[in-house]
Each structure stands twice: as C-alpha cells, then as structure tokens.
Design a protein around this ligand. Structure first.
Ligand SMILES: NC(=O)c1ccc[n+]([C@@H]2O[C@H](COP(=O)([O-])OP(=O)(O)OC[C@H]3O[C@@H](n4cnc5c(N)ncnc54)[C@H](OP(=O)(O)O)[C@@H]3O)[C@@H](O)[C@H]2O)c1
Length: 273
C-alpha cells in the first residue's frame, strides 16, 4: 500500500494547473493530502483538478500570486473551509528571457513580483497557520539561483533572492517546528521551457533535463525533512556552486557547455518532432 505521509494535511500549491505545480498536487494527493490548486486561468485549473481526481480533496483557487489582496482572500477561504493549513508550495514563476535591455520595465517587474515578492508576502500570510500545524513552505527556485545566468539576469536575480529568503527563514524558524526549504532544478520538461525553446540558452540546455514528477518528489521530501535545499541534476548543482565561487573558471567552461547544450537541443528537437 502507498504511504500516506500527508494524510489530513491541507496544502496550497501555486501555479498548479501545469508542469511542476500540477505534479506536486498529484503527488500530495496520492499521499493523502487535501490540495488547493492555484493559478490565474480558470480553464486549465479546472482541467487539472479533473485530471488529478481525488474529488473532495481538491479545491481550486484562481488568482494571480502577485495580487496580495486576492491571495489573502484565498488563504482566508482555505482556513474557513478546512480550519487549517499545513503547507505552501511557492511554485508559480515567470521568465522573460533575453538581455535586460531587451526586456520592458513591466516584464522585469512581473519577474520580481511573481518569483520573489509573491512568495515573501504569501509566506508572511500563511506563517501564523503553519506555526499552529508545524507545517512547511517549499519554494521552487532554480539552478539559475545558484549561479548567475547571463541572458536571464533578472530571472536569475529573483531566484538568488528566493534562495536567500528560504535560507534566512529556515534559520529564523529552526526552533518553531515549521520547515522551510527550496528546490533548485535545472531544466524541466514543461511548457515553461518547451514553448519558448528558441530563446532558451545553450548553457541552460547543457544540463540534464528532469521531469515535473522528479521535482515533485524533491518537494515532498523537503516538506517532510525540512532540508534547506535539494537541487537537480546533482552534477549540475555541483558545477553551479563551483561556477559561482570561481567566475573565471565558469568563463573557461562556457564554450564546452555551449557545445553540449547545442547537441542536447538537437536531440530534444528530434524527440519532440
Ligand atoms: N521548466 C523549467 O525549466 C524550470 C527550471 C527551473 C525552475 N523552474 C521553476 O519551476 C516553477 C514552475 O515552472 P513550470 O516549469 O512548472 O512552469 P509551467 O509548466 O509553465 O507552469 C506554470 C504554472 O504557473 C501558473 N502561473 C504563472 N504565473 C502565475 C501567476 N502570476 N499567478 C498564479 N499562477 C501563475 C501557470 O498557470 P496560469 O498561466 O494560468 O497562471 C501554470 O499553472 C517556476 O517557479 C519556474 O521558475 C522551471
């Protein structure tokens, strides 16, 4: 029989209609949780809720995570409906790729609002409830938050910020029973990257890709053991740390990584047809 490690827990997952968020919702439901699925568009949310099944243990909450008032109302509704909140997965993300001069001020603002401000504000709102349930927060960061990703400077900055927030809050809440973690993946096979492949750099594609289900597994493990960070792929995470510490070495390795990324792109395009 499958383990039910989240039985009777209520978990909010942002960006849950597609990709990683939806995989997290599925994994949590399979382990007994009641899951509140958030995203902006109602249609994909309803489709996801139907696809993941689980009837009364699924609730949808359409809202933009960067709208603090709307998300405050989502949390109030969850508490009114279930009387508790045990977990938050800050997963919704935005990425407008390309040099910062080619991005509008609005696009830069959206990345900061969705990737960084929203998780901070939402954490503040849910923490009183998580302190009661000794619950968890898992933030979805990125390898681009471990090593600067040129060509995606603003996105990279938001993910560095999200990791810093995670580690500081993790420390702050060490004695409280609330677990705070982040998951930092390399490229994941979702629309986030596949819909926009021509703008994704070869450096990004030089890493092994993982699936949304791989990321969901790491999210659930973090939610349970509160390890500050899990990253994937392991060799990519190690390279990111080395590249962060030794920028000159990172520059030397770039041509090699670009060549590997270009080869991976061809393989991916062939596989996608
Ligand atoms: N895919 C990758 O290669 C990769 C790599 C590293 C890290 N990540 C991170 O992983 C996370 C999930 O990405 P993914 O690949 O699963 O993306 P995805 O497949 O494109 O799904 C994004 C989800 O977020 C929702 N969303 C987007 N903006 C939102 C907003 N402002 N408010 C509420 N919901 C919003 C989308 O639905 P609506 O559009 O209807 O709102 C959708 O449900 C992101 O934080 C991303 O930065 C992705």
């Amino acid at each position: 029989m499958a383990s039910m490690r989240f039985e009777e827990q209520v978990v909010l997952v942002t960006g849950a209609s597609l990709g990683v968020g939806r995989a997290c919702a599925e994994a949590l439901l399979a382990e007994g949780a009641t899951v509140v699925l958030n995203a902006r568009r109602l249609g994909p949310l309803e489709a996801a809720a139907e696809a993941v099944g689980a009837g009364e243990r699924v609730h949808i909450a359409p809202a933009d995570v960067s709208d603090s008032a709307a998300m405050g109302a989502v949390i109030s509704d969850v508490i009114e409906r279930y009387g508790r909140l045990d977990g938050l997965v800050n997963n919704a993300g935005a990425h407008f790729r390309g040099p910062v001069t080619e991005r509008t001020a609005a696009e830069l603002g959206i990345m900061v609002d969705v990737n960084l401000r929203a998780p901070l504000v939402l954490s503040r709102v849910v923490l009183p409830h998580l302190l009661e349930t000794r619950g968890f927060i898992v933030n979805i960061a990125s390898l681009a938050g471990k090593v600067p990703l040129d060509g995606s400077a603003a996105y990279s900055a938001t993910k560095f910020g999200l990791r810093a927030f995670t580690f500081a809050l993790h420390e702050e809440l060490r004695e409280s029973g609330v677990r705070v973690s982040c998951v930092s993946p390399g490229p994941i096979e979702t629309s986030f990257i596949l819909d926009d492949l021509s703008t994704v750099t070869d450096i990004t594609l030089s890493q092994r890709m993982c699936t949304p289900a791989d990321v969901a597994d790491m999210v659930l493990d973090c939610a349970l053991d509160g390890l500050p960070e899990r990253a994937w792929p392991p060799e990519g995470a190690r390279l990111a740390t080395i590249g962060y510490l030794f920028p000159a070495l990172r520059r030397m390795l770039k041509p090699l990584m670009r060549r590997r990324g270009a080869r991976n792109r061809q393989k991916l395009l062939a596989r996608l047809g």
